[in-house]
Ligand binder design. Structure first.
Ligand SMILES: Cc1cc2nc3c(=O)[nH]c(=O)nc-3n(C[C@H](O)[C@H](O)[C@H](O)COP(=O)(O)O)c2cc1C
Length: 386
C-alpha cells in the first residue's frame, strides 16, 4: 500500500516558546543547552512530567526468529546520543518515552572531537548539526549502569537498548573487528537489544556501512557470536539516511543474509550533502564542528521525508525486517503514518530541543490519530491490521 508523506506541522505552544527562549539565551553554549535535557528529564515531575503506564500505547515487538520480544510503554524511543552515559534511565519515562537507546559506546572511554562547538542549532529549520565524535565512557561502564537499572526501567515501561560502534582510529580490519565484537559481547549481556552503529559520520573515519566487505564481515561475526549466547536478543543495525537505493538494497541483503533482526533508519545526515535535504541553509551557513573542517551531521525536521521514503522502500522489499524509524519525527501523526507503513517503533532526539515534553505531546497526537480512525488503543489498531 502506498502512503503520502506528510511532514505534519505542530502549533507552537507556551512550553515550546519557553524552549525557544532558552535556546536564545544560551545560544553561545549549544552543547550545554543540549546536554541540559537530562536535567529537564530528572526534574520533569516539577513541571508536569509524569509516568504514563496506561496500556493504550503499549507496544510489544516480536521477532520471527523468536529473539526476545521488546516491551515498550509506547512506541517512542529516545535515540542514541541523548543519554550517552546510561545514567538515570527511568527519568526519561517521566518525559514520555517508552524506551531509550543509550550510548553510542565504544570499547573504551573517548573524549570525542576536541573542536568546539560540536553542536549547532538551525532555528528556522528546527534542525541541528553535530559532530560529537562518539564521546562516551566506554562500553563496560555504560553496560554496567544499564545492568543495574534495567529492572527499574522495565517497571517504568521502558525498554533499553545499547548502541555500540567500532573505536575510531583503528587501522587494521582484524583489530577493528575484534574491538567491535568485544563491545558487542559486553553490551549484549546488559541491554534488551543491541544497536550496531555502522553509520556515524562524525569521527573523521570511513563509515562501516560504505564498505560492503567489512559490513558483511561485521554482521556475519556478530550474528555468529549471538548464536553462541543463551538468550537471543535482538540486533539492530543503525544505517545512514544518505544512501542511494542501490546501496540500501545492498546492505539490506547483507543484513537479511545473516539474520540481523532490524534496522534503525537512520543516523544524522552528513552535512556535506545538505543540498539533498529540503533546507534553506547551505553548507557555508553551517559552523565548522571538527578540526578537519567538517560540519558534522544534520538531524531534525528536514530529515523526515527522505527517511519516510527509505522506510517505505525497506518495508516493501524486506517486510520481515523490524524497522525503527528515526529522523525528523516530531509529531504523533507522523508516528501513526510510520506505523501504517509497518515500522515497529520510532526513535527521535532533536525534537526534545524544540518541543516541550515532546514525547508526551506526540503520545497525545498519536492517540488522537488512532481515535480519529476508530481505534481505542495501538493494540486495537495492530489487531485490526493483522
Ligand atoms: C547531539 C547528537 C548526538 C548524537 N549522538 C549519536 C550517537 O552517539 N550514536 C548514534 O547512533 N546516533 C547519534 N545521534 C543521531 C541520533 O540518534 C538520530 O539518529 C538523529 O539525530 C536523527 O534523529 P532526529 O532527527 O530525531 O534527531 C546524535 C544526534 C545528535 C543531535
Amino acid at each position: 500500500m502506498a502512503f503520502d508523506c506528510i511532514n505534519h506541522e505542530y502549533y507552537l505552544l507556551k512550553g515550546d516558546k519557553i524552549l525557544a527562549l532558552i535556546r536564545k539565551i544560551f545560544h553561545k553554549y549549544p552543547e550545554f543547552r543540549h546536554d541540559s535535557f537530562k536535567n529537564f528529564a530528572r526534574f520533569a515531575r516539577l513541571y508536569g512530567g509524569r509516568l504514563d503506564l496506561s496500556p493504550k500505547l503499549k507496544r510489544v515487538i516480536k521477532f520471527p526468529d523468536h529473539s526476545n520480544s521488546l516491551y515498550l510503554g509506547c512506541p517512542i524511543i529516545l535515540a542514541a546520543g541523548a543519554n550517552k552515559t546510561a545514567k538515570r534511565i527511568s527519568d526519561y519515562a517521566n518525559v514520555g518515552f517508552g524506551g531509550v537507546t543509550v550510548g553510542t559506546a565504544t570499547r573504551r572511554f573517548r573524549e570525542g572531537n576536541t573542536h568546539r562547538p560540536r553542536i549547532g542549532f538551525l532555528e528556522d529549520e528546527r534542525a541541528m548539526h553535530n559532530s560529537m565524535g562518539l564521546n562516551n565512557e566506554g562500553v563496560e561502564v555504560i553496560s554496567a549502569r544499564v545492568d543495574e537499572q534495567l529492572t527499574r526501567a522495565h517497571k517504568c515501561g521502558m525498554c533499553v537498548g545499547i548502541s555500540v560502534a567500532e573505536t575510531p582510529g583503528l587501522t587494521h580490519e582484524a583489530e577493528k573487528l575484534k574491538d567491535l565484537l568485544e563491545s558487542f559481547a559486553i553490551a549484549y549481556k546488559a541491554g534488551d537489544y543491541i544497536e550496531i552503529n555502522v553509520s556515524c559520520p562524525n569521527t573523521g573515519e570511513d563509515r562501516i556501512d560504505l564498505d560492503s566487505h567489512f559490513t558483511e564481515l561485521v554482521f556475519s561475526e556478530i550474528m555468529k557470536q549471538r548464536s553462541s549466547q543463551g538468550p537471543r536478543k535482538a540486533v539492530y543495525a543503525k544505517l545512514s539516511p544518505d544512501m542511494s537505493e542501490k546501496q540500501l538494497m545492498h546492505i539490506m541483503d547483507i543484513l537479511v543474509r545473516y539474520g540481523v533482526n532490524g534496522v534503525v533508519l537512520g543516523n544524522t545526515f552528513p552535512s556535506a550533502k545538505i543540498g539533498a535535504l529540503p533546507m534553506q541553509k547551505c553548507i557555508e551557513d553551517l559552523a565548522v564542528l571538527r578540526n578537519d573542517g567538517d560540519r558534522g551531521g544534520i538531524s531534525g525536521r528536514p530529515l523526515y521525508e527522505n527517511m519516510f521514503w527509505m522506510v517505505s522502500y525497506i518495508k516493501k522489499n524486506y517486510p520481515n525486517m523490524s524497522v525503527m524509524a528515526c529522523g525528523g519525527i516530531d509529531h504523533g501523526y507522523k508516528i501513526y503514518d510510520l506505523l501504517k507503513l509497518g515500522v515497529d517503533a520510532v526513535q527521535c532526539y532533536s525534537v526534545v530541543a524544540f518541543r516541550w515534553m515532546a514525547a508526551h505531546s506526540m503520545r497525545k497526537e498519536l492517540l488522537q490519530a488512532l481515535r480519529e480512525d476508530g481505534f481505542n488503543s495501538l493494540n486495537d489498531y495492530l489487531e485490526r491490521e493483522k
